[in-house]
Ligand binder design. Structure first.
Ligand code: UDP
Length: 235
C-alpha cells in the first residue's frame, strides 16, 4: 500500500479523560504517523471530533438545531487537526491541513488536486471538518477523501481494540475476532466499526478497509508493509 487514508477518531486523542486533547495520546498518534511516513507511505489523515463536540449529543441538550450543532462539531475537528499538525511538525514532518469548511487563516481549503500534490511531495495532509456538511460523520469524510485521492485503503484506527469482533469485546469476554469480513456482513450485522454511509461508500467502490489498534506501536507501518494487522473489510 502506497497511499492511504488514516481515520483518527477524536476519542483516540482524548486519553482516559474522554474529553479534550491528551498530550500522551497525541504523541502516540504522531509517532505512528511518523513511522508510516518514514516507511515511505503517502499518508492523509482524517481527524474526528468526538473528544470536543458531537452534534447529535448536544443539539437537544442545548436546544440547538441539529445542523448548527453539527457545524459546531466540525469546527472541533479543525482544533484536533491543528493539534496533530503541531505534533507532526515538532517531529519535522511536513504537514498541511485542508479544511472542508473555509477557515483560511488557519488551514488551506480542501482542493483535491492540491492535496494529491502535497502527498506526492511527501507531505502529510490532514483533512479537517469532515465532509463539510451536517448530518454526516468524519467516517464518511474519510471514505470520501480516500476515494477522491485514489487511496489504496482506508485505515480505521481504534483504541485498544485490535480489529473487528462479532460482539463488543469490551463487554463480552467470548467475543471472536474476525480476520476478514465482507462489506455486506459488516453492514447486515451492524457491527460498530464505522457508520453505514461510510461502509456503503467503500463497498460501492471496493475500497479495502483495515480496522486496527493505533495504540500498539508498529501497527500502522506493519499494515503498509502488507503485514496482517487487525481486520480487513473487503468484498
Ligand atoms: N460532523 C458533521 N459532518 C461531517 C463530519 C462531522 O456534521 O462531515 C459533525 C457531527 O456532529 C459529528 C461530529 O462532527 O458528530 C464529530 O465527528 P465524528 O462523530 O465523526 O467524530 P469521531 O467520532 O470520529 O471523533
Amino acid at each position: 500500500m502506497k497511499r492511504v487514508v488514516l481515520k483518527l477518531s477524536g476519542e483516540s486523542l482524548a486519553g482516559d479523560g474522554g474529553y479534550g486533547i491528551d498530550p500522551a495520546s497525541l504523541d502516540v498518534a504522531a509517532n505512528q504517523v511518523q513511522e508510516a511516513v518514514e516507511a515511505g507511505a503517502e499518508l492523509a489523515v482524517v481527524v474526528g471530533g468526538g473528544n470536543i463536540f458531537r452534534g447529535s449529543g448536544v443539539a437537544d441538550q442545548l436546544g440547538i438545531e441539529s445542523a448548527t450543532a453539527d457545524y459546531m462539531a466540525m469546527l472541533g475537528t479543525v482544533i484536533n487537526a491543528l493539534a496533530l499538525q503541531a505534533a507532526l511538525e515538532r517531529r519535522e514532518i511536513q504537514t498541511r491541513v485542508q479544511s472542508a469548511i473555509q477557515i483560511q487563516e488557519v488551514a488551506e481549503a480542501y482542493i483535491r488536486r492540491r492535496a494529491m500534490r502535497h502527498l506526492e511531495k511527501g507531505r502529510v495532509v490532514i483533512f479537517a471538518a469532515g465532509t463539510g456538511n451536517p448530518f454526516f460523520t468524519t467516517d464518511t469524510g474519510a471514505a470520501l477523501r480516500a476515494l477522491e485521492i485514489g487511496a489504496d485503503a482506508l485505515l480505521m484506527a481504534k483504541n485498544r481494540v485490535d480489529g473487528i469482533y462479532d460482539k463488543d469485546p469490551r463487554t463480552n469476554p467470548d467475543a471472536k475476532r474476525l480476520e476478514r469480513i465482507a462489506y455486506l456482513d459488516l453492514l447486515s450485522k451492524n457491527l460498530a466499526v464505522m457508520d453505514h454511509t461510510a461502509a456503503t461508500l467503500c463497498r460501492e467502490e471496493n475500497l479495502p478497509i483495515v480496522v486496527f489498534d493505533i495504540l500498539k506501536p508498529g501497527n500502522l507501518s506493519g499494515i503498509l508493509r502488507g503485514e496482517r494487522v487487525g481486520s480487513l473489510v473487503w468484498s
